[in-house]
Design a protein around this ligand. Sequence first.
Ligand code: NAD
Ligand code: UDP
Length: 317
Amino acid sequence: MAKNILVTGGAGFLGSHLCDRLINEGHNVICLDSLQTGYKQNIAHLLQHPRFEFIRHDICDSIRLEVEEIYNLACPASPPHYQKNPVGTTKTCVLGSINMLGLAKRNNAKILQASTSEVYGDPKVHPQVEEYRGDVNPIGIRACYDEGKRCAETLFFDYFRQHQTRIKVMRIFNTYGPKMDPNDGRVVSNFIVQALQGKDITIYGDGSQTRSFCFKDDLLDGMQALMNSDDSITGPINIGNPDEFTIKELAEAVIAQIDTKSQIVFEPLPSDDPTRRKPDISKAKAMLGWEPTIKLEQGLKPTIEYFAKLLAGEIQL
Ligand code: NAD
Ligand code: UDP
């Protein structure tokens, strides 16, 4: 049955793909975005759709809407972006969550929070299980995001306990794919754009730090499985691809798919950069019947094609 669904951050990388899916499934979608890091171009094809509505709005300000489900994705996601206005990032996580939880409470709507593997900080437990409470530097340059998202989780669980709000907390691990922002400094987009332009590929540190990369289709399958699960499943639940790569291996995987003259160069590692990251997805498998199926080399293909079109001017942001 068609539902009224709000997607905050709906003009961003993950949000815009989610809007596509929800429209294709026949729902009425309200996409709310401040366009701080997202692009109207990501949703341009939906703007005339009768079941789609775009509202330019900052979730730090309250809003009244009638909705049955809320996907709360609004938040800058890449370190350079969330560090540009760190106070704004914490406000988005905290005030934004309060506003969206208030909206969910008034509507008795289900609300899903796009939390993050960053709540584990520089993890001492590997792979990361949901029970691990993390190791975050509360005064470091990543804290506005890490602690902001941790506080958002606190708010979600307090609304659940205090107001019986129907919550879903999803801890997303590094995700990539078409429509990532080419300028937001994340590693997959940086390496692909650098390789396509024949520029140096910038590895920060010695490249031995690891990440586990999930293709956006797998991630969104997990996100929707969580939203559509029984109300008793609140999370937090890890959604990500457990295939772990060093950043050097990622650079090599990108170079293997692009005919490029680019050389790898090593630059200083930013402070508090986590050394290892890999999700334990046993809970997602058992509770949602979900696991990713797309290997890195498969997912890189359409991602590279997207950035190639962007650089050729076939897509304009
Ligand atoms: P993105 O930057 O592409 O999208 C975020 C969107 O939120 C943008 O369109 C931006 O304009 C909007 N936004 C930011 N602050 C806002 C505010 N105050 N009010 C309204 N809109 C605002 O990032 P993404 O990769 O699509 O990430 C989506 C969500 O998933 C974020 O909450 C992010 O923290 C979370 N997440 C993403 C990843 C990943 O690897 N992509 C990993 C962990 C968590
Ligand atoms: N990174 C890198 N070169 C880049 C961009 C990032 O080596 O051009 C590294 C970064 O230091 C980190 C990893 O890649 O160790 C992932 O960075 P990203 O910003 O994509 O995500 P996050 O650190 O939030 O997982």
